[in-house]
Structures are given as structure tokens and as C-alpha cells.
Design a protein around this ligand. Structure first.
Ligand code: ARG
Length: 260
């Protein structure tokens, strides 16, 4: 995680961002600290990346890399405003003993567009990540990468439209209208028992969640999804990241998972 010390909506690179709407920096920080406290209370070890002035989106660490089996597939951002974040992530990994680092050839926004289940790496494309990065990731991880086409600009990253609930059991939740018809069909075939989210849950970023297989940390406004998760035996933990939503991200965006 990276504290939102320099968080701001200074430019608009997704439909949720409106530079005319002021951000409350103290509230953003307090909400982020709440999320960190929730992770810690659930036994999730939190490492921190130092914020860099001039990189207002750095709080969304999920976009900075994808780590599977301790192997780090670096990011390459689609927008120049975020480009320098990739290097900050790689430096952190190099300094923390991660030996297998890959500097990507193709544009990919880390876990914003890569989700990891037991059997697959699911990979979004359509807005940010170049489809060629899917093959590059497959070669690096040695895991099958399943490409999924995103079609709704509000859900410009895979992690806004799909959440991995149990990476040991291939259990996911997703919002079908965010995907092309063919990709919807792929998801239906691969995950016939998936939890299907509705418009309301998707619009409050309910799918931008982090699960450890039991606890699912998600935006508290996602009432329907919270109830459905409980029914499936998960323990949903709601948090309010209202200020960070103004940047177009929530729980998952603020949490990069170190799968070592
Ligand atoms: N403002 C950021 C962007 O548009 C938000 C990133 C949200 N992160 C995510 N994992 N979906 O790039």
C-alpha cells in the first residue's frame, strides 16, 4: 500500500475523475488508514511504498505490478501522468529481495488488469492493458492467461468488474455487462458458479475487493454483494473510501497483493 500523501484529482484519465471536484486530503488519508487497519486486523501483513510528490495516483498500488509465485511482472502505464510509478514499484521490489523482476515490453497496468485464480491469470484489455501484454505475462509466469475484453469505460480496469474471492478454489464475482459478449461467455464457462454482481454493486466499486479466501474487504456501500457474500460463507468487511473513489479506485486498487 502507498499512503495518499500526494493524492489529488489533478487530471482526468477515467470517467470518475473530475478535477473540478475538490478532494479532502485529510479525509482521504484517514480512510486509507482505516483500510490499512482493517488489513492488519485480519492478519494481512502490510508493506508500504513511499509516496512520491507529483504522482497523485500512486495510492492505487495495484496498478504498479503483478506478483505471482514471487515473480514480479512490472507495469507500464497507458497514460504519461502515471508512467514514473512503474519504476518506483520495481525499485521497491529490488530492495526487498524479489529476485525475478520483469520490465515489461507492452503496456499493462498491473493488477488493475491482471487477476490471479488457482488455475488462471485473468487479464483485462480494451482500455489500458495492451493485449500483447497478456502473452508476455503468460510467458513470464508460466500460467495460462485468459484475455477478457472490457467494454464499459466506467469499468476501465478488470479489478472494477471482477473480484477473486478464493484463489485456491477458482471462485470469482463479476459484473457481466462490463465485458464483451464473447468474454462473458468465457467467464460463464470457466466460472459457472460465480457470484454475479448487479449494477448498483458495480457502480459503488463493490467488485474492487480484496479477499483472503474468507474475509472479503470491500466498499461498504455494496449492500447486495455484501449480503450475497455472507450467504456463501464469506465474511465481508466493509470500508468507506469515498475520497479515493474520486480518483476512480477503491479497496483493491489501493492494495497490491504480494503472492510469494
Ligand atoms: N486514477 C487512477 C487511474 O485512472 C485510478 C486507478 C484505479 N486502480 C485500479 N486498480 N482500478 O489510473
Amino acid at each position: 500500500m502507498c499512503p495518499p500523501a500526494h493524492f489529488d484529482v489533478a487530471y482526468a484519465i477515467n470517467p470518475w475523475m473530475d478535477p473540478a471536484k475538490p478532494v479532502d486530503p485529510a479525509l482521504a488519508l484517514a480512510q486509507w488508514e482505516d483500510l490499512r487497519a482493517v488489513h492488519r486486523s485480519l492478519g494481512h501483513t502490510v508493506e508500504e511504498l513511499a509516496p512520491v510528490r507529483g504522482l497523485p495516483d500512486m495510492v492505487f498500488t495495484a496498478n504498479g505490478a503483478t506478483v505471482v509465485d514471487g515473480r514480479v511482472f512490472g507495469a507500464r502505464f497507458a497514460h504519461p501522468e502515471r508512467e514514473p510509478e512503474a519504476e518506483a514499484h520495481l525499485q521497491w521490489f529490488a530492495a526487498h529481495g524479489f529476485g525475478h523482476l520483469h520490465v515489461p515490453v507492452h503496456i499493462n497496468e498491473g493488477e488493475g488488469d491482471f487477476a490471479v485464480t488457482a488455475s488462471y491469470v485473468l487479464a483485462g484489455r480494451g482500455f489500458r492493458t495492451n493485449p500483447l501484454a497478456h502473452g508476455e505475462a503468460q510467458e513470464f509466469f508460466g500460467r495460462p492467461v485468459i484475455g477478457l475484453e472490457l467494454i464499459d469505460p466506467r469499468y476501465y480496469h478488470l479489478d472494477l468488474a471482477l473480484a477473486v474471492l478464493d484463489d485456491a478454489a477458482d471462485e470469482v464475482a463479476y459484473y457481466p455487462p462490463a465485458f464483451s459478449p464473447g468474454s462473458r461467455e468465457v467467464l460463464r464457462r470457466l466460472f459457472p458458479h460465480a457470484l454475479v454482481a448487479d449494477d448498483e454493486d458495480a457502480a459503488v466499486f463493490g467488485l474492487n475487493a480484496v479477499s483472503d479466501g474468507l474475509h472479503v474487504v470491500l466498499p461498504q456501500a455494496a449492500a447486495g454483494l455484501t449480503a450475497a457474500l455472507r450467504e456463501r460463507g464469506f465474511e465481508p468487511v466493509g470500508v468507506d473510501l469515498g475520497e479515493l473513489l474520486k480518483g476512480g479506485g477503491a479497496v483493491k486498487c489501493c492494495t497490491q497483493e504480494l503472492r510469494d
